[in-house]
Ligand binder design. Structure first.
Ligand SMILES: Cc1cc2nc3c(=O)[nH]c(=O)nc-3n(C[C@H](O)[C@H](O)[C@H](O)COP(=O)(O)O)c2cc1C
Length: 389
């Protein structure tokens, strides 16, 4: 039976707000605010939080380390760009954080998609070279965290007797996620990662990519899990949800859209970004690109550019279309992230939970009725990590 195994929220380390593309109601990504969100989602029954990486956001490891001790069960999915850090240092960071969090780390591998931004980090590799580097990075990273002594001589890395003496809690290493849509991304996912992430494209487009990754994984005798990263605008009625979507872009000037579209298409070599932008082509009049899938966020923001909009039953139904394809992980967000985390937990989680209870005839273990956690309801298996010695 397909279903949602992990439901993550997003930590807006680049800032938050009420309106897209407007200075009105902006919230800076202060540590206190991010901690507030993390503490709330920990309590509300989410399974984890995603922290992005890049020039436009605070450093993911630093923020995660400063917040994790304020949470009890949340997993931290920390984005890492191979190329900005050596694999040995990245392995030590992962090991240290996995120990600090008692086995609550997952790593999201992203190669980056804007050459002008990457140049600011001294990375001048083209798209496929970045993926070739990521292949080497992950081979070294995985071997080091598995406790091996590593001699490696590749096109991008050269190590002699590499070793990480402090092992991570999770064996052989914390789970690896990857976000990217190109054939190179799919090949890397098939060969080396545990869970492949797609942005919220229409189900048929997502199905194509899942098939591609499965075929790549089969070449290596592997299987890969799948997740989707999108925004959610859930309200008690459809009308309220669509009004909230409209409000989000109500102060978004056309010239800001034009500028953002230039960045996302001309300045980007990311296949995933091109696919996101092609859903709306910068046209604010045609934003429902598939039933209840609204591309308004992508008018101005790169990356995850779509939201499922609707009442709780409808959004649950749309999510079921993705889980039927093999998606078992949802990484959601909404503006502003604190209030929307509450809305999703209060309106959507009970519906998802009821479905799960109905399909599996298990007794309700509701966090809303006291006691249990949503993850206990969703997850066939929850990783209970041993304490490090
Ligand atoms: C779920 C998800 C999360 C991502 N997070 C980040 C991020 O935090 N930082 C970043 O630079 N890129 C991020 N990306 C984009 C990746 O950098 C990816 O390399 C980009 O889409 C270009 O690869 P592609 O041509 O294979 O699509 C993310 C992509 C996905 C799907």
């Amino acid at each position: 039976m397909s279903g949602i195994r992990d439901f993550y929220w997003f930590l807006p380390t680049g800032g938050d707000g009420i309106y897209l593309g407007s200075g009105d109601g902006q919230r800076p990504a202060t540590n206190r605010y991010l901690r507030e969100i993390a503490e709330a989602v920990d309590r509300l029954g989410y399974d984890g939080v995603l922290l992005p990486t890049g020039r436009g956001c605070e450093d993911a490891w630093t923020i995660a380390s400063s917040i994790v001790t304020h949470t009890e069960r949340l997993r931290f999915l920390v984005a890492v760009r191979p190329g900005t850090v050596l694999p040995s240092e990245a392995a030590r960071q992962a090991s240290a954080f996995d120990r600090l969090s008692e086995g609550r780390l997952a790593v999201n591998v992203v190669v980056g998609g804007r050459p002008s931004e990457l140049a600011g980090d001294g990375i001048f590799l083209n798209h496929d070279e970045r993926y070739a580097q990521a292949h080497e990075f992950l081979r070294v990273w995985r071997a080091l965290l598995a406790g091996e002594r590593v001699d490696f001589n590749g096109a991008h890395y050269d190590l002699k007797a590499g070793h990480v003496p402090f092992p991570p809690v999770q064996e052989p290493h914390p789970p690896l996620y990857l976000g990217g849509s190109s054939p190179a991304a799919q090949a890397l996912a098939g060969e080396q990662v545990d869970l492949y992430l797609t942005w919220g494209e229409p189900p048929a487009h997502v199905a194509e990519k899942i098939a591609g990754v499965r075929a790549e994984a089969a070449k290596h005798g592997r299987t890969v899990r799948f997740g989707i990263r999108l925004h959610l605008i859930v309200r008690e009625t459809e009308a309220e949800a669509w009004a909230a979507a409209e409000k989000l872009i109500s102060r978004l000037p056309d010239d800001v859209i034009a500028q953002a579209q230039h960045q996302q298409t001309v300045e980007s070599d990311s296949v995933g970004q091109q696919r996101m932008s092609a859903l709306h082509n910068g046209d604010r009049r045609k934003l429902e690109v598939s039933p209840n899938l609204w591309a308004g966020v992508g008018l101005v923001r790169g990356g995850a550019g779509t939201a499922l909009v609707g009442d709780p039953q409808t959004v649950a139904e749309r999510l079921r279309e993705y889980t039927a394809l093999g998606i078992d992980t949802v990484i959601a967000s909404g503006f502003p992230h604190l209030e929307e985390a509450y809305r999703v937990a209060e309106l959507l989680f009970p519906v998802l939970e009821r479905e799960r209870v109905a399909t599996r005839a298990l007794p309700p273990e509701s966090p809303f009725l006291g006691g249990g956690s949503l993850s206990g309801v969703f997850n066939g298996r929850r990783l209970t990590a041993p304490r490090p010695n």
